[in-house]
Ligand binder design. Structure first.
Ligand code: KG4
Ligand code: ZN
Length: 328
């Protein structure tokens, strides 16, 4: 069964064809990073206009790369939320048009659930129950997954998401946008040299990163940061603080719940220090998609759509975008 996945929730225009929920036949991502970086962050109006320009060429490339004709496609899966309303609308309306024209089932997908399903794009499948940590630009959610489509939210960020904290800290340190890869690169040239706070929020599975971000701001304001070595040291210290909190709290929750595995996902899960920290410290197996499947893509949407289809979760033509959609 071949599913066409479409993703336009934020600043990546993406389309992919995935067979039987795990074989990627094509996975095309058109990033808008160069356009938004000149503003230091995502401009929603610009993002939706750019999706409009890019979506059809991206779809064509995904079909050509998969060597697929419309007769080969069995269903269309698309992200309906969470995300930017104007951006989501482009993907959802294109998906509806394709499904209607080719008489295909339409499957609306939660972007956070899709991030988790990037872990199914592999030969060895995850085992239930598992604990999912979704760390992206907009979310830091800890979710127990008891089976396909069964999610129980345990924790979330109380302020900034982990990716958002990376983006803001990078901006404070003058490292540019997007902040995650910029901090990771700067941190690689140094080791943690400043003492920065960690919000443990004892007794809760929630996270908080705004205090850490403010501490970086004070560090830069109160010290001489003209030396690039200091910037690298601050980047490494910041990254270490985020990694410590995410790893420690998630592993503690996994032990408490007695889950079989931990599943990482979302753009921040492409960070090597975070990946290494989880695999080095977790007593249960940790599954992490390759970096290119952690950041936004449509293969994960198609993989998620495949499991919806198997559970009979098909949407009607009235399916709409839900910018504030949550999981569990
Ligand atoms: O999942 P994603 O591509 O989009 C959202 O759904 O938000 O995540 C984007 C976020 C951005 O905040 C970006 O700075 C962060 O993921 N990110 C990283 C890395 N690559 C992307 N954070 C830390 N280290 C990275 N290597
Ligand atoms: Zn995402």
């Amino acid at each position: 069964m071949k599913i066409l996945g479409i993703e336009t929730s934020c600043d990546e225009t993406a389309a992919a064809v995935v067979e039987d929920g795990d074989k990627i036949l094509s996975n095309v991502v058109a990033s808008q990073v160069d356009i938004h970086s000149r503003y230091g962050g995502i401009v929603p109006e610009v993002a939706s206009r750019q999706h409009l320009i890019t979506i059809l060429p991206v779809l064509d490339s995904a079909m050509v790369e998969a060597k697929a004709s419309w007769q080969d496609i069995d269903a269309v899966a698309v992200t309906i939320g969470p995300g930017l309303a104007g951006s989501l609308l482009i993907g959802v309306n294109v998906a509806k048009a394709i499904a209607l024209a080719h008489r295909l089932p339409l499957i609306g997908v939660n972007h956070l659930e899709a991030h988790i399903y990037a872990n199914w794009l592999r030969n060895d499948k995850p085992e239930f129950p598992c604990l999912c940590l979704i760390v992206s630009g907009g979310h830091s959610d800890m979710v127990r997954m008891g089976g396909h489509g069964q999610f129980e939210k345990l924790g979330r960020t109380r302020d900034d998401a982990a990716g958002e904290a990376f983006d803001k800290a990078a901006r404070i340190l003058g490292l540019g946008y997007p902040g995650g890869p910029a901090i990771e690169k700067a941190a690689a040239a140094s080791s943690p040299s400043f003492s920065l706070p960690r919000a443990w929020l004892k007794g809760s599975d929630d996270f908080s990163f705004s205090g850490l971000k403010t501490a970086v701001l004070h560090l830069v304001r109160d010290n001489d940061f003209s030396d690039p070595a200091h910037i690298a040291g601050a980047a490494a210290s910041f990254q270490q603080a985020v990694v410590d909190v995410l790893t420690t709290k998630t592993i503690r929750a996994a032990e408490r719940l007695g889950v079989k595995q931990i599943l990482l996902s979302g753009g921040v899960a492409s960070n090597k220090a975070l990946r290494d920290s989880f695999t080095d410290n977790s007593p249960v197996p940790v599954l992490i998609p390759p970096p290119g499947l952690c950041t936004d893509n449509a293969a994960m949407v198609a993989a998620c759509g495949y499991h919806h289809y198997r559970m009979g979760k098909i949407d009607g033509w009235d399916v709409d975008v839900v910018p504030g959609l949550s999981l569990g």
